[in-house]
Design a protein around this ligand. Structure first.
Ligand SMILES: [Zn+2]
Length: 324
């Protein structure tokens, strides 16, 4: 089975959380575990639906990079399908009952805004021609100031973010290596954290068909990056060296999510007939079909209950103005 590669640079991009972030994150985890012990996940069913306004900034040098609106709309629909657990009828789930049982509707709904930050009517899409042939997918320094991300600055050949307290900004452009990256949520955003907040994605990994590459042609890279933007780590955690000693009650190792067993690194390609080399010794088998792993697009189908609880907790506590 061909492996189409996995190129997410989110872990290179983000600085470690501050002390105040860490204490808030502990509080969110505590609330999660209280809810679980009280209601055994029933709370998921009664969750309110949150709308998240999203804007797509299409930054193009060559004509092919100027993605058609139809491709953007397909990506938008696919993002909503993924977050609302509407892949659940996919025949692949018949082979993966454990994953099917865990798959959960996040009740997060992405909407095109009616107005831009100045109050003018908008369809939530901007197009900008740039003289930059491409943008760097990551920097040697690992520091991502606005200065080092010209795609997020109108002055430098990209497009300024729309008010990041009100919109999820997605920049679509040509990166030096195709893939994407996201900014994790933080409590007290200041300076560049405000002006750079959002997701950057290569036009070859964006949307369905058309300009996309094999294996990355069903819009799942954006779902993965928005998962990061809402605070999820890769299933193997934010570094390449997860702690594999699973706690008896709950595994907060690796990705710090309880219902995803620890794993060593990315699972890629197809999970059919796959024997995991990424299993941690003494731990349960890693799960398949998860958006926060490295599978080819057609095999990325679900978020787990605990991932949903985490994303919603972070949204409510760390990005409250987006949903107000
Ligand atoms: Zn990632």
């Amino acid at each position: 089975m061909p492996n189409h590669g996995f190129y997410c640079n989110t872990d290179y991009y983000n600085k470690p959380p501050s002390k105040s972030d860490k204490s808030l994150i502990r509080q969110i985890k505590l609330e999660e575990s209280k809810k679980k012990s009280l209601t055994k996940y029933r709370f998921i069913r009664n969750l309110p639906l949150y709308d998240i306004p999203i804007v797509f900034h299409i930054i193009y040098h060559e004509d092919i990079e100027k993605i058609k609106k139809s491709q953007i709309l397909k990506q938008f629909d696919s993002l909503n399908k993924d977050f609302r657990n509407k892949n659940i009828d996919n025949v692949l789930f018949s082979k993966f009952p454990k994953e099917k049982a865990l798959a959960t509707d996040s009740k997060l709904n992405f909407i095109f805004p009616k107005n831009d930050p100045s109050g003018n009517p908008t369809d939530g899409i901007t197009f900008t021609h740039t003289s930059n042939e491409f943008f760097e997918s990551f920097t040697e320094s690992g520091s991502y100031s606005l200065e080092e991300q010209p795609v997020k600055s109108t002055e430098s050949g990209g497009h300024d973010a729309w008010n990041t307290a009100k919109y999820l900004n997605v920049w679509v452009c040509k990166l030096s290596s195709p893939g994407g990256y996201a900014q994790y949520p933080r409590k007290n955003r200041y300076g560049d954290l405000v002006s750079t907040d959002g997701v950057v994605i290569d036009y070859r990994y964006f949307g369905m068909g058309k300009t996309t590459q094999p294996g990355r042609d069903k819009g799942k890279t954006l779902t993965h990056e928005v998962g990061h933007w809402l605070g999820l780590y890769h299933l193997w955690g934010p570094s390449d060296s997860p702690e594999c000693e699973a706690d008896e009650l709950c595994d907060y190792t690796g990705d710090e999510i309880c219902d995803t067993p620890p794993q060593i690194g990315a699972q890629c390609g197809s999970p059919i007939g796959y024997s995991s080399e990424q299993k941690c010794p003494g731990c349960p088998d890693p799960i398949a079909l998860n958006f926060m792993d490295g599978w080819d697009d057609e095999y990325a189908l679900m978020f787990t209950r605990d991932q949903v609880a985490r994303m919603r907790g972070y949204l409510e506590k760390l990005r409250p103005t987006i949903i107000s």
